[in-house]
Design a protein around this ligand. Structure first.
Ligand code: SF4
Length: 65
């Protein structure tokens, strides 16, 4: 099973904090405008945790896929 970050867009305030703190994982979808997780083989746990901790919407978590 892979551990993949996920964003609950209902709680997202579009603050861009996750993109600033962890641009290798989070980006803004240029067509749709929302924040999304970049598809990677593996995710840097510490950096994603930093993003989870600063997210004002408390809307970043892990999914096991
Ligand atoms: S840090 Fe949280 S609230 Fe801010 S853009 Fe990222 S997911 Fe949205």
């Amino acid at each position: 099973m892979a551990k993949v970050p996920s964003i609950d867009l209902d709680g997202c305030t579009d603050c861009d904090g996750c993109i600033e703190i962890c641009p290798e994982v989070f980006q803004r979808n240029e067509t749709m405008g929302y924040v999304e997780v970049i598809e990677l083989e593996e995710y840097p746990e510490e950096e994603v945790l930093d993003a989870i901790n600063i997210c004002p919407g408390d809307c970043i978590g892990w999914e096991y896929v």
